[in-house]
Write a protein that binds this ligand. Sequence first.
Ligand SMILES: [Zn+2]
Length: 62
Amino acid sequence: MALVVEKISDRYLLHALDRFWHNSCLKCHCCNRLLADLGTSCFSKGGYILCKKDYSRWFYDL
Ligand SMILES: [Zn+2]
């Protein structure tokens, strides 16, 4: 995985799993799409970051 070095002061950060993420770094574990592109919501389950769609799928699959 590439080390991300960016100025963060002017970037929107998402808070998930008790840490902050660049919106350009936060991807859905399942579909690997940028959550920033999918909307404002992100979800976490079992330590994985998921978009709303995949979260719903996991939730109902369990
Ligand atoms: Zn997804």
